[in-house]
Design a protein around this ligand. Structure first.
Ligand SMILES: C[S@@+](CC[C@H](N)C(=O)[O-])C[C@H]1O[C@@H](n2cnc3c(N)ncnc32)[C@H](O)[C@@H]1O
Length: 850
């Protein structure tokens, strides 16, 4: 039996059943097969047939599934290409595949592109009879995975490997009445499992057009389409359980795979949904999708090796050879595409009870208990799973080593709070700029192989054998770099989602974990509590402020160690006192000491310099906030802010008469925006914006960033007259009109996009509603408002916004808000929340209102 033959049989049996559902609506089995037949005929005319490997890059949709089926119907094998993979990676894969055509909706220069018609030609002849000579051992699909030498490995998977899974065992539950959302990335074998498992047995597959599954999305899939079956990676399950453990209500069958399960979220899932059957699934792509499975019981969460991976699935054998888990059976791939050497290395013949047996050596270690149940122990080599993606650390290293300015490098995976790997980090030596290294890797590699953290270090740590000590590298990389830029994650919700659901705040809580902020906070709290008896103050903020005030970093170098006496001479400081300051700040990461008593600046220390592009200097000398806190007990007694006003009304009014304060404030805003949410400029789709009005836009830094990614738009910067005077003194912002005014009175009309970034948190609810009303009155019909602010998580998890909320209360009289809080003030001003997106690598979110 071949995959497409199974679908033809289902179409004959259940022609008018729904096979696929996407944004365009449902597609019946008859229509799916008829359209695939017509596309197949056209593909055959374009030269596709048995023996061909056909890359298919179509966004997740019914059309994607139809085209994958069409390729199979020509007798060829398909290779799914994710629309998000960079062009350079795609070109590399096309070369490896030697493809006659590239099925794609978006052309790629130099590639043999074939864009399928939206609706296949009516009456196009079907490919009947079938192409001859194709059997179950012939390739059906090729999946690319990370390869340790730097070249991606194409796993050539035959029809039999796919079909073996569904006739018996837990996956035989797929069939009529089962509705499954296709959620795995399309390049994964799990996507093949979802499609061909369900469609080969007569069930229904829903193809949502978004990548991120959040509780609201899942609830909607269940309510709208009757989704009752899920195949998910463990990290997504963990996130959903953390945000909203009830969101699975309606699902009675789940398969969790892709990475090691964390016991706690699974325990909670079972507790909330005792009637749901949940399987832990294990398997490498080299033995298609799953090799073993285990139905999870609550007591499994207490086992020493974690939730077991269970027993082999149908058509699959598992042998432990010297503790290494080896898979055999019908699921095995033919091998790696055009790579007999690596194929011979991993697909070997071993003796199993006297029978020579072809196995795939997984590199995973496992034990089998007395009942024959397998327990996963870990990896034997340097392959890891990060957020469900398989990552060969060697591939990342060999790509990075090719870049100019990178001498030696080491890639490591960093665990998150639950112990599972969540981040990929790269340390390198050389003179390349870390941001540049990351940007270049992003151009060459799919997102999951691009390090989240890239850092330049002086030398890679080595162990006693002279090998790179990856554990020590991982320790080094766990120390957070504040303000690093990361990729954007967008969480979309439907306009009807209830105010107060936790989507984006949950996302940012996760990201606080990603930046390691949780760890550093703990350490500071610990040091503070140790010293509190004598010192009564948190010393670090003062020590950093003084280092900036003295200009220590401004006279030091990253490349050369400088004796303390020299530094002291340059800034007119007492050498002993300065030496003690430096030796306190060195282990905190700002300076590096040498055995002779000199110091050199680190990358973090460079941010104490006034001229550093990511300088913290203006923020660290923020005397205004320090003074306000000295008086702040009054704030907690009276509820009124403690800023040093002089009768001018509010925190900002006071600055109108004090230019120095105004300028210092603008510098702080610029540093903060550049550090914390400048990525918002790249994260928002500006294509529909013609005129963007930044209300309270300070010196126009963010607006400038936005216009550089949206050059078709023009900008209007609106702020207090003293701020606009200052901006004009400096020559204005290119592409922008600068307009002075008071946002409580009115804001300029004519813009179709309004921005309010870190403005509403300066004010009480009443005042914030007044500002929003001014915006509402001025916004062009059909326009949108983007509010960029932190969201306080509603579930009590730690988040920097809770500290900032106290800061706002004391300094300006404002507050940080949760989603419900924003929904309330927006609604009071006549706005409706349309969508909330977390800005990745930042505690900020973008709230879009209309
Ligand atoms: C916290 S800052 C945010 C600056 C900028 N949007 C950012 O994201 O970095 C608030 C801004 O609101 C401006 N502002 C305060 N009161 C204002 C008023 N009544 N009318 C117009 N702008 C005002 C301040 O001058 C300041 O630039």
């Amino acid at each position: 039996m071949l995959i497409h033959q199974a679908l033809d049989e289902r179409a004959a049996q259940y022609g008018d059943h729904i096979a696929l559902i996407d944004e365009e609506g449902p597609v019946t089995y008859s229509r799916l097969v008829a359209e695939a037949d017509a596309h197949a005929a056209a593909l055959a005319r374009a030269g596709v047939g048995p023996g061909c490997l056909v890359p298919v890059r179509i966004a997740r949709s019914a059309r994607m599934a139809t085209l994958l089926l069409a390729v199979l119907k020509t007798g060829a094998a398909y290779c799914p290409i994710d629309v998000k993979w960079p062009d350079e990676r795609v070109r590399e894969l096309l070369r490896l595949l030697r493809a006659p055509v590239f099925v794609t909706d978006t052309p790629l220069a130099g590639a043999p592109c074939w864009t399928p018609p939206a609706v296949p030609e009516p009456g196009a002849p079907a490919l009947r009879p079938e192409p001859a000579g194709i059997g179950p051992d012939d390739p059906a699909c090729v999946f690319f995975t990370s390869g340790s030498t730097g070249t991606p490995k194409g796993v050539v998977t035959p029809h039999r490997a796919v079909l073996r899974l569904f006739d018996r065992g837990p996956l035989a539950a797929f069939g009529p009445g089962r509705v499954l959302p296709q959620l795995s990335p399309v390049g994964w074998d799990a996507c093949g499992l979802e499609l061909w498992g369900m469609l080969g047995r007569g069930g229904t597959v829903v193809l949502p057009d978004e990548d991120h599954l959040l509780p609201d999305t899942l609830r909607e899939l269940i309510a709208r389409h009757g989704v009752n079956t899920l195949v998910l990676v463990a990290s997504v399950v963990n996130l959903l359980v953390r945000l909203d453990p009830d969101c699975f209500r309606g699902v009675d069958l789940m398969f969790i795979g892709g990475e090691r399960l964390a016991p706690e979220p699974v325990r909670e899932l079972l507790l909330h949904h005792p009637g749901t059957t949940v399987h832990n699934c294990y398997g490498p792509v080299e033995s298609f999708a799953f090799a073993t499975m285990h139905r999870i019981r609550p007591e499994d969460c207490d086992l020493p090796h974690g939730v077991p991976i269970g027993r082999p699935v149908p058509g699959t054998e598992v042998h432990l050879v010297d503790g290494e888990l080896c898979v055999a059976g019908a699921g095995l791939a033919q091998g790696y595409l055009h790579d007999p050497e690596r194929t011979a290395e991993r697909f070997v013949t071993v003796d199993v009870e006297g029978v020579p047996t072809r196995v795939y050596r997984t590199g995973d270690r496992a034990v089998r208990d007395a009942e024959g149940v397998l327990h996963f122990l870990g990896r034997a080599d340097r392959q890891v799973k990060i957020r469900g993606y398989r990552v060969e650390l060697g591939e990342v290293e060999s790509r990075a080593a090719d870049l100019a300015g990178v001498r030696d490098c080491a890639a490591v995976a960093l665990p998150g709070r639950g112990g599972a790997y969540e981040r990929l980090a790269l340390a390198f030596t050389g003179d390349a700029d870390p941001d540049r290294v990351r940007a270049e890797l992003r151009e060459r590699l799919p997102g999951h192989l691009v390090p989240d953290v890239v850092r330049r270090i002086d030398a890679l740590p080595h162990n006693a054998n002279g090998k790179v000590d990856h554990r020590a590298v991982a320790e080094l990389m766990r120390v957070p770099t504040p303000g690093k830029r990361m990729t954007m994650t967008t969480y979309t919700e439907t306009p009807s989602a209830p105010a107060g659901s936790t989507g984006a705040a949950g996302g940012t809580a996760d990201l606080a974990e990603v930046t390691g902020a949780a760890e550093i906070t703990d350490r500071i709290v610990e040091d503070y509590l140790t010293l509190v008896d004598d010192s009564m103050v948190a010393i670090l903020p003062h020590a950093l402020r003084i280092a900036v005030e003295l200009g220590v970093a401004d006279v030091m170098d990253r490349a050369a160690v400088q004796p303390v006496a020299t530094t002291a001479g340059l800034i007119d400081a007492d050498p002993d006192a300065l030496g003690r300051l430096l030796s306190a700040l060195a282990p905190a990461g700002f300076f590096a000491g040498d055995p002779d008593g000199g110091f050199r600046l680190t990358a973090l220390g460079a941010r104490l310099r006034r001229d550093d592009p990511r300088s913290l200097s203006a923020s660290l000398v923020n005397a205004e906030s320090q003074l306000a806190w000295l008086r702040a007990a009054d704030t907690f007694r009276t509820g009124a802010a403690s800023f040093d006003g002089d009768g001018d009304g509010d925190f900002f009014g006071a600055k109108n008469s004090r230019r120095g304060e105004n300028v210092a404030f603008l510098r702080r805003m610029r540093e903060r925006t550049g550090r914390l949410y400048r990525q918002a400029a790249e994260a928002v789709d500006w294509s529909d914006s013609r005129v963007i009005l930044d209300i309270g836009g300070a010196d126009g830094f963010l607006l400038g960033e936005i216009l550089s990614v949206a050059p078709h738009a023009s900008g209007v910067l609106f702020d207090r007259p003293t701020v606009i005077d200052e901006v004009n003194l400096r020559g204005g912002v290119p592409g922008c009109r600068a307009v002075p005014g008071d946002f409580f009175a009115a804001v300029p009309t004519g813009a179709d996009t309004h921005l309010l970034c870190s403005v509403l948190h300066d004010w009480t609810d009443e005042q914030a509603v007044d500002i929003l009303r001014s915006s509402r009155r001025a916004l062009a019909a059909g326009g949108r408002l983007l509010v960029i602010e932190m969201l306080v998580p509603e579930d009590g998890t730690p988040h920097v916004s809770r500290w900032s909320d106290l800061g706002m209360m004391v300094l300006t009289g404002g507050r940080e808000r949760d989603r419900a809080g924003f929904a309330r003030i927006l609604e009071a001003a006549g706005y409706r929340t349309h969508r909330v997106s977390a800005v990745a690598g930042s505690p900020f979110s973008v709230i879009e209102a209309r």
